[in-house]
Design a protein around this ligand. Structure first.
Ligand code: SAM
Length: 291
């Protein structure tokens, strides 16, 4: 991993913090969380499997958002195990707390925590999990060293991230927006965090090894993204929830937006069987052990 430029990282950090603690983002996740939980069920299963979750463990879940996979893990480690669910700010987690109460989960607590500076003592967890969060850590090396620090020797780490960009989650949606932009977006900064950065084979494995983890395993897997509604509803959800892509929509004139949405719905219809959408989603799963 090349040495990060601190000034650049600080800019990424401020941008990502704004994006993920923004009221619009939080309201959208509150509105659509039940559908998203079903859509991403395969990713929850994958992380529980990679983390080798079992009753009695003490688990730290990073970037827990509205509670996936922290709530499922709390169920799986019960009755004697405990989960600490964390996120950048209280907004997303307030829903996770409500859902935990409704589900009667008493072995989960919620803490504000930035992955780059974890407010936990050394060697305090058996397992650390993080689903769809690692792509947003501005200084990846620093965050992974924090993960290593808070795990007990022999403890396990498991991440799930999006796989390559060339998959329907992107090609059916944001790629169609980009086609209609008045000016094409500049190429992304190769050092910037990015949703599909771990689609590059070996990148997650190398990052885990650089942080000191051993028995590192990286797997690219296709799961089924099931959405129990029509393409129009899926697009509505995507356009509200996908914080990194919302600025693209804002750049389109009403006319261009209409044309982009027509293309998006035509692309999404390929996955619609008249009752539900079933979309192949490529994810990457990375795991390792603290020696
Ligand atoms: C796409 S959401 C994923 C949430 C949840 N884990 C899931 O799988 O649905 C990304 C989450 O990462 C969190 N996040 C972004 N940067 C973070 C950081 N530096 N430290 C901790 N959490 C962060 C955001 O607040 C957001 O809740």
């Amino acid at each position: 991993m090349s040495a990060p430029d601190p000034a650049k990282i600080q800019i990424f950090r401020e941008h990502l913090h704004r994006e993920w603690t923004d009221e619009q983002t939080i309201a959208a996740w509150r509105k659509w969380h039940a559908g998203i939980a079903v859509y991403s069920r395969g990713a929850t299963d994958a992380i529980l499997e990679a983390a080798q979750i079992r009753p009695g463990q003490r688990v730290l879940d990073l970037a827990s958002g509205v509670g996936d996979p922290a709530l499922s893990i709390a169920g799986a480690v019960a009755p004697t195990g405990r989960v600490t669910a964390t996120d950048l700010g209280p907004g997303m987690m307030s829903l996770a707390e409500e859902l935990a109460r409704k589900q009667g989960l008493t072995n989960i607590e919620f803490r504000e925590a930035d992955a780059e500076a974890l407010p936990f003592t050394d060697e305090s967890y058996d397992v650390l999990t993080c689903r769809f969060g690692i792509m947003f850590f501005p200084d990846l090396g620093k965050a992974l060293r924090e993960c290593f620090r808070v795990l007990k020797p022999g403890g396990r780490v498991a991440f799930v991230a999006w796989g390559k960009m060339d998959q329907p989650f992107f090609t059916s949606t944001a790629a169609n927006l980009i086609k209609h932009l008045p000016v094409p977006p500049p190429p992304p900064d190769p050092d910037a965090p990015g949703i599909f950065m771990f689609g590059e084979r070996g990148r997650l494995r190398r990052a885990l090894e650089a942080a000191g983890f051993t028995n590192v395993h990286e797997e690219h897997r296709t799961i089924n993204g099931h959405w129990a509604g029509p393409p129009e509803e899926y697009w509505q959800q995507f356009s509200e929830v996908a914080a990194p892509f919302r600025p693209l929509i804002a750049q389109l004139s009403p006319e261009k937006k209409g044309a982009a949405v027509a293309d998006i719905l035509a692309s999404l219809k390929k996955f619609w069987n008249g009752k539900e959408l079933n979309m192949p989603l490529e994810i990457v799963i990375g795991s390792g052990t603290r020696p």
